[in-house]
Design a protein around this ligand. Sequence first.
Ligand code: GDP
Ligand code: IMO
Ligand code: MG
Length: 443
Amino acid sequence: MSRASENLAVLGLQWGDEGKGKLVDLLAPRYRHVVRFQGGNNAGHTVVVDGQSIALHQVPSGALHPGCFLVVGSGVVLNLDVFHVELSRLRERGIEVTDRLLLSDKAHVILPHHIALDIWREERAHKVGAKIGTTGRGIGPAYEMKAARMGVRLGDLKHLEVLADRIRPGYDEVRLRLGPDLGTGADLPSIEAIVENLLKAVEPLLHCIGNTQSRLQEAWTKGEQILFEGAQATMLDLDHGTYPFVTSSNCSLGGLFTGTGLPPKALHRVLGVAKAYTTRVGAGPMVSELTNELGDRIREAGHEYGTTTGRPRRCGWFDAPITAHACRTNGVDGLAIMKLDVLDGLDQVGLVVGYRDGNGNLTSELPSCAAEWADLKPEIKMFKGWSVPTRGITHHQQLPAEAQGYLDAVAEAVEMPIAYVSTGPDRAEGCLYPGTFLESLMS
Ligand code: GDP
Ligand code: IMO
Ligand code: MG
């Protein structure tokens, strides 16, 4: 199989769960390195091979390809216990990755008090109706502690003499905040117990911890190809998403550079990933949401339940304004439209081409403030559905004419060419579009 000649980023353009895992697995054989650069085990990336499904949370989705070297960059927050569960699930399938894995010694570790603070805060917010709907994995607090300079990095785990002192400031602050609630179901392990658990968890991985920046710089200089795997998506980006209903990392392009230590020149192409409709899990604005039977039908047809938490995902029509915003933010070169088959059999398919504001004016600008989103209503263009199923189709000319018409309208509304259309969860189910960078990469 030929190797790609360009480094590529695969980034989500909506609110996550677009199918990034499937694409990274599909593309990985062309690349020497597959890199996660932000997020943590809030991510759930599904790879399906021969009907068998594997959910990856922190291990890069190139895991199934023995020729891929896996890198977890400094922008990631890592839960070591969960990491071991992932490694053993892979081992059960005969896949060993620890001999081709490098974890950044600068990546931060998710600690029990981060998880406790995340859950405690969401419970309190719930009482006043201000819940974000986090995954409860301690992601926000881990990044907070990083910014507050109270974080613990993987490299710190090699220094037993200072480890307890590194943990203490953050730990004490969380205890202060949780104060009266401690002992009422929200108790924390002692620092000694945390240290003991960390040492146990890190021991088998010590040979996998090192300088990922140097490794990637070297790979880039030598012309070894690199595939960057985004987690979450632009609308969950801390700066460019629907703040405060976002995650705590930069999941759009900027996070790739801070999360790896590579310069922009090291990236050549960006593949933007979006579903043929929209989903969101957790709270926050979603103009395209269908809170009716149609939304339920899409949820059931698409199995739209969280890979990480099992929560039902909110479903709606494809939202062109958010996707166009994401394309601009990330400098996307082409679209991968996923899960087209989920829309099979609908009489009509909708496309949100703009928003009507409180005065009835049409706009495609995204508000900066959550309060302003509430005034917006979707401007929906309806298309005739298709009765011939698209499931499993591998040549775009074989897609029903109505589906092709709908996809053309999506590309026009987003002002971005389509490079790939996915027609099922398996690697083999999908169509490469001729004349696109992705086609030349895969040929
Ligand atoms: P990620 O977080 O972006 O990697 O996406 P997830 O894995 O959380 O969610 C995508 C889900 O859709 C997974 O269950 C995939 O197996 C599935 N999937 C991916 N592409 C397709 C497709 O084209 N059709 C269908 N029906 N399912 C798909
Ligand atoms: P992948 O990589 C979908 C959402 C949560 C919540 C918000 C903040 O699989 O696409 P957090 O736990 O990060 O503080 O939660 O972000 N969220 C995701 N939604 N896919 C994801 O990852 C997500 N990771 C976080 O539901 O709304
Ligand atoms: Mg997911």
